[in-house]
Design a protein around this ligand. Structure first.
Ligand code: FES
Length: 149
């Protein structure tokens, strides 16, 4: 094999390898979504009916304790086992969809990505988010708490 022929074949091989790599890697490097959710704000759970339940004998027994499921975060904000001792809101931040956390010491929800803050009722306290969190109804029957859409 001549030197020119060898280099020519080598070039074609490298080009084919790079093309394959770029095709398989290109999607991730161009994804602007910080949460990996495909961009945009995911819709909060909708529809009607029970989103999830909690057993008050064994779950979320202390103020500030939380449980999340099916896109909703439930937090105990009062001591008594009555509906007003709890708040339930969509867990996805309305800015770009990152899951929010509840800060018991601050008494509000805080997004860890860009710092938006929401009241216990889901209202925007600080941006960049401008849309309130969807709030869910809490009902209690016996020791079973239900989060209802
Ligand atoms: S995703 Fe930006 S503040 Fe929550």
């Amino acid at each position: 094999m001549e030197r020119d022929e060898f280099l020519s074949k080598l070039g074609i091989g490298v080009l084919a390898l790079c093309t394959g790599c770029m095709a398989s890697c290109g999607g991730k490097s161009s994804d602007p979504s910080p949460s990996g959710g495909g961009g945009g704000t995911p819709a909060p759970p909708s529809g009607s009916g029970t989103v999830f339940t909690a057993d008050l004998n064994s779950e979320i027994k202390t103020i500030g304790a939380s449980k999340s499921s099916n896109g909703v975060i439930l937090v105990r904000i009062g001591a008594d086992n009555v509906a007003t001792s709890f708040t339930a809101v969509q867990i996805a931040c309305t800015h770009e969809g990152t899951n929010i956390n509840y800060s018991a010491s601050d008494g509000k929800f805080i997004c860890p990505l860009h710092g938006s803050q929401f009241s216990q009722a889901g209202a925007v306290l600080n941006g960049p988010a401008v849309v309130a969190l969807k709030k869910y109804t809490v009902t209690i029957s016996g020791t079973t708490l239900s989060v209802v859409a």
